[in-house]
Write a new protein. Structure first.
Ligand code: CA2
Length: 148
């Protein structure tokens, strides 16, 4: 079975490390990708890593993952709180889904407390900073091991 994981990032996350470091930390998107590549290498996972500011691109990657991947780690950015379309796409995916937020969304504005994606996610991380991505990938490796 596939040990391929898609890590998908939504809008504005390309600005990571460049603005609001008190909320999102100092690592850039490229740093997070490097952390994910290292974690995948150490845990026998294959990685496809993407970021987009466009909802349809995230949906297209979820559709691509349906055919080939065992899991999706997704930080949908603000689409978390608005996108039924991303939820619908994730509901067509048969593998494991882990939702990952850098900030502790429940400590923030009320509109960040609801997530459409959580209605599908098998696990949710929030407030672990960019380390959350690595934790999500470790969990994904564990879930893949348990499938055997
Ligand atoms: O905490 C998270 O990871 C979020 O998914 C980030 C989203 C936000 O809308 C969610 O409520 C929580 C925002 C991403 C914006 O990323 C930036 C990073 C650096 C500078 C500016 C924006």
């Amino acid at each position: 079975m596939s040990r391929l994981v898609f890590v998908l990032n939504g809008p504005n996350l390309n600005l990571l490390g460049k603005r609001q470091p008190h909320i999102y930390g100092h690592e850039t998107m490229a740093d997070v990708e490097a952390m994910c590549r290292k974690a995948c290498g150490e845990n026998g996972l294959e990685l496809r890593y993407h970021q987009s500011n466009r909802e349809y691109e995230l949906i297209d990657w979820i559709h691509e993952a349906r055919e080939i991947a065992g899991g999706i780690v997704i930080n949908p950015g603000a689409f978390t709180h608005t996108s039924v379309a991303i939820l619908d796409a994730l509901n067509t995916f048969d593998g494991s889904v882990i939702e990952c937020h850098i900030s502790q969304v429940h400590k923030r504005e009320a509109f960040r407390h609801h997530s459409y994606v959580s209605m599908r996610a098998d696990a949710v991380l929030a407030g672990f900073g960019t380390q959350g991505y690595v934790l999500a990938l470790l969990r994904m490796a564990h879930l893949f091991d348990a499938r055997k």
